[in-house]
Ligand binder design. Structure first.
Ligand code: UFG
Length: 323
C-alpha cells in the first residue's frame, strides 16, 4: 500500500487518480489547500497533518505502507519571502516528522516533490540535474534542505528515495473531473483562463524587459498527468530496487514566454485576452527550462502533452463548476 501525503492537492490528486489503477492507496491531507472532492473514491482518505506524529503513527500501524509519496508542501515563492516561518515549519519541520515516523516504522521508500526553484537563477539555458542548486527564496531553500536530509538519511538509515524537480506544472485531468484550483490563484495559465471566462478583469504580464526574445519570462510547462506518470515510474523503480537515490528534472524541455502562453490560450480557446504590461514580480528568473534527458534515459519517461494540450485540458476544467 502507498501513502500519498497531500493527495488532495493539485498535483497529488492527479497522481492518486493514476496510482489507484495499480496500487492500494492511503491519502493523508489536512485540507488546508487541498480538496476532499479531488481525492479518487478508490483511495482511503485520512484527514490529518504530516507534522502530527499521532496521525502518522495511526496510519503506519493500520496499513501495510511500502512507500510514501510527499506532495504536502506550500509552494508559492512570493509568500515564502513574506512568511518564511510558514515554509520552514511545514516544508522542512513537518517533513522531518514524517521521515522520523517512517524510519521508526521501517518504511524506507520515499518519493519527494521538489522544484526548479532549487536552481535559483541558473547560468545555463537548459537545466540538468548537475546544474548548481542556489535557491533565491525560502521556498527553494526549504525544498533543497529536504533533498540534503534525504541524502543523509540514505547514508545513515538506508532510506531509498527519488527526488522529482518539477518545472511549471499545469493543465488538468482530461476528464475535467479534477484540475487546478488555488485560492488565491497566482499561476499564469489559470489566471489567463479565468480572464478569458470573464472572472477577472485583466492579465498582468509581470515584466517585459527581460533578456529574452520578446522581453517576457520563459518557463517550461508540464502537464500534470505527465507529472503523475513520472511518479509512477519512479515508484516502480524504487519498489523493484532498480533505483535507490536519484534526482530527476521533470519538464518538457521547451520554453514558452508569458506572451506566447497568452497567445496559445487565445488560439486554443478562440477568446481574446485583456492584457496589460506590468512591473516585474520579485524573485522571477528570466528563463527556466529543463533537460529531462536523465529520466528519459534511465526510466524511459518523457512528457507526452504539449502546451496546446495543457491549455485545452485546463480550459475544459475551468469552464465547468469546480470543487
Ligand atoms: N506571470 C505573469 N502574470 C501573472 C502570473 C504569472 O506574468 O499573473 C508570469 C510570472 O512572472 C512567470 C510566469 O508567468 O514569469 C509563470 O508564473 P507562475 O506563477 O505560473 O509560475 P512560476 O514560474 O513563478 O512558479 C513555478 C512553480 C513554483 C516554482 C517556480 C520556480 O509554481 O512552485 O516555478 O521558479 F518554485
Amino acid at each position: 500500500m502507498i501513502l500519498v501525503v497531500g493527495g488532495a492537492g493539485y498535483i497529488g490528486s492527479h497522481l492518486v487518480k493514476e496510482l489507484v489503477e495499480k496500487e492500494e492507496v492511503v491519502v493523508l491531507d489536512n485540507l488546508t489547500t487541498g480538496h476532499r472532492k479531488a481525492v479518487d473514491s478508490r483511495a482511503v482518505f485520512v484527514e490529518g497533518d504530516l507534522g502530527n506524529e499521532e496521525d502518522l503513527q495511526m496510519i503506519f500501524k493500520s496499513y501495510p505502507i511500502e512507500a510514501v509519496m510527499h506532495f504536502a508542501a506550500f509552494s508559492l515563492v512570493g509568500e515564502s519571502v513574506v512568511d518564511p516561518l510558514k515554509y520552514y515549519q511545514n516544508n522542512v519541520a513537518a517533513t522531518l516528522t514524517l521521515l522520523k515516523v517512517m524510519m521508526k516504522n521501517n518504511v524506507k521508500n520515499f518519493i519527494f516533490s521538489s522544484t526548479a526553484a532549487t536552481y535559483g537563477i541558473p547560468d545555463v539555458e537548459l537545466i540538468d540535474e548537475t546544474t548548481p542548486t542556489r535557491p533565491i527564496n525560502p521556498y527553494g531553500h526549504s525544498k533543497l534542505m529536504i533533498e540534503q536530509i534525504l541524502s543523509d538519511f540514505s547514508k545513515s538509515y538506508g532510506l531509498n528515495y527519488v527526488i522529482l524537480r518539477y518545472f511549471n506544472a499545469a493543465g488538468a485531468h482530461q476528464s475535467a473531473v479534477i484540475g487546478e484550483s488555488h485560492d488565491p490563484e497566482t499561476h499564469l495559465i489559470p489566471i489567463i483562463l479565468q480572464q478569458l471566462l470573464g472572472q477577472r478583469e485583466k492579465v498582468s504580464v509581470f515584466g517585459s524587459d527581460y533578456d529574452t526574445a520578446d522581453g517576457t519570462c520563459i518557463r517550461d510547462y508540464i502537464h500534470v498527468t505527465d507529472l503523475a506518470s513520472a511518479h509512477i515510474l519512479a515508484l516502480e523503480a524504487l519498489l523493484t530496487g532498480k533505483k535507490s537515490t536519484e534526482i530527476y528534472n521533470l519538464g518538457n524541455g521547451l520554453g514558452y514566454s508569458v506572451k506566447e502562453v497568452i497567445e496559445t490560450c487565445e488560439r486554443v480557446t478562440g477568446v481574446e485576452a485583456n492584457v496589460e504590461m506590468a512591473d516585474r514580480r520579485a524573485g522571477d528568473p528570466a528563463m527556466l527550462v529543463a533537460s529531462s534527458q536523465k529520466i528519459f534515459s534511465e526510466l524511459g519517461w518523457k512528457a507526452e502533452r504539449n502546451l496546446e494540450k495543457i491549455i485545452a485540458d485546463a480550459w475544459k476544467w475551468h469552464q465547468q463548476q469546480q470543487y
